[in-house]
Design a protein around this ligand. Structure first.
Ligand code: NDP
Length: 505
C-alpha cells in the first residue's frame, strides 16, 4: 500500500470518496514529486454537496444564529487555523510552492486575522437597519434587512490556496450562508484539510468541499439550479465562462480576476526604494499573484539609473526550495506554467524587449525536478507588446519608458485590467492626484501588496467586480430586503391608494 496521503471530499460533515472513485496525484512544484492523492469529484458529487448545503440552509439553525454566537464561532475558526498552523503551512508549501517565509509570515497570520476581523465585523454588521419613518398623513415605517443569499458556490485559484479559501468562506459563513467550495485541482490539499478541521465547529452540511477539474466541477457548480451565488477567483478567461453560466439561472456572481499592475515612477522618487519595492511587487510568490506590479513605467530622466539598480537588486534575490527559509522566490506552480512563463520571455525578446537580468530557467541544487525561473527584468518594453498586455504570472518585470505624467497615466490605464496600480514619488500631494486618475481597485503609494484584512480588495474593468476582505466582503454574501409597514388603520386615509380608489370618501 502507498503511504502517499489521500485527500477526500467533505460532504455533510463527512469525508467521502468521489462517486467516480477517481483520485489524482498532487505534485510538489519544488521537486516534481507526488505529495498527495486527491479525490476528483464530478457533477454527481456537486449534486450531493449542494443538497447537503441546501438542507443545512433550510434547517434555519445556521442562518438564524444570532450574530454574537456566529462571532464566537468565527473566533473558534481563527483559533483552529492557528492550532493547526504547522500542518497547514507544510501543505501550502508542498502543494503550491509557497515559500516557508510567505506561508508562515503572511498567509497563516493573515488567514487567522481575517477570521478574527470577521468575528468582530459580524457583531456590528447592519443585518437590520431602520429607515426614518415616513411623515403624516399616514405613518409608514421601513426597514432594510440583509439576509444570507443561500447556497454559495466558491471557486478558488492555485496561487494562494488558504488565503483565497478564507477570503470567500469566512464572509459567506459570517453572513449565514451554506457553502460548496471547489479549490484548484492543482493545489487542493491545504483547502481540503482546513475544511476537515473546521467541521469541528460547524454544523454538518454548512461547509462542503468538492475537488475536481475546472470544466466538470466548475461547470456543474456555475450551472447548478440550486446554487444561489458564485464567488470566483481565477483568470479573466474562465471568469467570462463563469459569468455566462451564472446568467442561465441569474445567480449572483462576484469575480476576482487577473491584473497587469502598473507602477509609475516619478523622477523625484527615491530610486533605491523603488528598486527594492518594485521587485517585491513582482517577485512575491514568484510573480504568481493577481495584484503583482508587473509593468514599471519609468520617467526617461531616471530610466537608465533605475535599470542598473533593478539589475543589481534582482541578482541578490535567492531562488530556491520554498521550504528553505533563505528562499525569496520559489518555483512556478506546474511544469506547464513554467513553460508558459519561459515562452513569454522569448516572446518579449522577439518583440524587441531587452533582458537586463534573468531570462533563463533557474537551477536549484537538490530540486532538479522543480520548475524554477530566474527573476527577470525586461527593458525597452512598449505597452503594445504581449509582455505588457497579458498576465505572465511569473517573476518577470516589464520596464516601460515615459516622458510626461499624462503619458504615464495614459499608459497605466491602457490595459484591459484594473486590479492594482502604484506610484513611486516623494511628492505625496501629486501622488494623491494621480491615484484619483488610476482606474484600479487598489492604489499603493511607495510600496506594493498593501492589502489589509479590513480594507476592500477587487477589480475595475476586466479584473472583475465585487469586493473581498473585511466588512465589505460580507456585503457580497447578502440579499437586501426592504420591509415596510403601514400604521394607518383607516382605509380612507391611505393616500396612495386613491390613485386606484378614486371614489374613496
Ligand atoms: P483559472 O481561471 O484557470 O482557474 C481558477 C479556478 O477556476 C480553478 O479552481 C479552476 O479549476 C476553475 N475553473 C477552470 N475552468 C472552469 C470552468 N469552466 N468553470 C468554473 N471553474 C473553472 O485560474 P488559475 O487557477 O490559473 O489562477 C490564476 C488566475 O487567477 C490569474 O489570472 C490571477 O490573476 C487570478 N487571481 C485573481 C485574484 C484576485 O483576487 N483578483 C487572486 C488570485 C488569482 P482547476 O484549476 O481545477 O482547473
Amino acid at each position: 500500500m502507498s503511504d502517499i496521503p489521500q485527500y477526500h471530499l467533505v460532504i455533510n460533515g463527512e469525508s467521502c470518496a468521489p462517486a467516480s472513485g477517481e483520485y489524482a496525484d498532487v505534485i510538489n512544484p519544488a521537486t516534481g514529486e507526488v505529495v498527495g492523492s486527491a479525490a476528483m469529484g464530478g457533477a454527481a458529487d456537486v449534486d450531493q454537496a449542494v443538497a447537503a448545503a441546501r438542507a443545512a440552509f433550510n434547517q434555519r439553525e445556521w442562518r438564524e444564529m444570532p450574530p454574537a454566537e456566529r462571532s464566537r464561532l468565527l473566533y473558534q475558526c481563527a483559533q483552529l487555523v492557528l492550532a493547526n498552523a504547522q500542518e497547514l503551512i507544510g501543505l501550502e508549501i508542498s502543494c503550491s510552492g509557497a515559500t516557508l517565509n510567505r506561508a508562515s509570515n503572511l498567509d497563516i497570520p493573515a488567514v487567522a486575522d481575517l477570521w478574527m476581523n470577521l468575528a468582530e465585523a459580524v457583531k456590528v454588521y447592519p443585518f437590520v437597519e431602520a429607515q426614518s419613518p415616513r411623515p403624516l398623513p399616514e405613518q409608514w415605517h421601513s426597514q432594510v434587512w440583509k439576509e444570507p443569499v443561500g447556497v454559495c458556490g466558491l471557486i478558488t485559484a492555485w496561487n494562494f490556496p488558504l488565503l483565497l479559501y478564507s477570503w470567500k468562506v469566512g464572509p459567506a459563513l459570517a453572513a449565514g450562508n451554506t457553502i460548496v467550495i471547489k479549490p484548484s485541482e492543482m493545489t487542493p490539499t491545504s483547502s481540503i484539510r482546513l475544511t476537515e478541521i473546521l467541521q469541528e465547529v460547524l454544523p454538518p452540511g454548512v461547509l462542503n468541499i468538492v475537488n475536481g477539474d475546472g470544466p466538470s466541477v466548475g461547470d456543474a457548480m456555475t450551472l447548478h439550479p440550486d446554487i444561489d451565488k458564485i464567488s470566483f477567483t481565477g483568470s479573466t478567461r474562465v471568469g467570462k465562462i463563469v459569468q455566462t453560466n451564472c446568467a442561465t439561472t441569474m445567480k449572483r456572481c462576484t469575480l476576482e480576476l487577473g491584473g497587469k499592475g502598473p507602477g509609475i515612477v516619478l523622477p523625484d522618487a527615491d530610486l533605491d526604494m523603488v528598486a527594492q519595492g518594485s521587485l517585491w511587487a513582482v517577485y512575491m510568490n514568484a510573480g504568481q499573484a493577481c495584484e503583482s506590479g508587473t509593468r514599471l513605467l519609468v520617467h526617461e530622466d531616471v530610466y537608465d539609473e533605475l535599470l542598473e539598480k533593478l539589475a543589481a537588486r534582482s541578482a541578490e534575490v535567492v531562488v530556491g526550495n520554498p521550504a528553505d527559509p533563505a528562499t525569496g522566490v520559489g518555483p512556478m506552480s506546474t511544469e506547464a506554467h513554467f513553460h508558459k512563463v519561459m515562452g513569454y520571455i522569448e516572446t518579449g525578446v522577439a518583440e524587441g524587449a531587452r533582458i537586463v537580468c534573468g531570462g533563463e530557467p533557474a537551477e536549484v541544487p537538490g530540486c532538479e525536478g522543480g520548475f524554477y525561473v530566474q527573476p527577470t527584468v525586461l527593458a525597452d518594453v512598449t505597452n503594445d507588446m504581449r509582455v505588457a498586455r497579458e498576465e505572465i504570472f511569473g517573476p518577470v518585470l516589464a520596464v516601460i519608458r515615459y516622458r510626461t505624467e499624462e503619458e504615464a497615466l495614459a499608459l497605466a490605464n491602457d490595459s484591459d485590467y484594473g486590479l492594482s496600480a502604484g506610484i513611486w514619488t516623494t511628492d505625496l500631494i501629486k501622488a494623491q492626484r494621480l491615484a484619483r486618475d488610476l482606474r484600479a481597485g487598489s492604489v499603493w503609494i511607495n510600496d506594493w501588496h498593501m492589502m489589509r484584512t479590513d480594507a476592500p480588495f477587487g477589480g475595475y474593468k476586466q479584473s472583475g467586480y465585487g469586493r473581498e476582505l473585511g466588512r465589505y466582503s460580507i456585503d457580497s454574501y447578502v440579499e437586501t430586503k426592504s420591509v415596510s409597514m403601514s400604521f394607518e388603520r383607516v382605509p380612507q386615509k391611505k393616500a396612495m391608494q386613491r390613485i386606484v380608489h378614486t371614489k374613496m370618501a
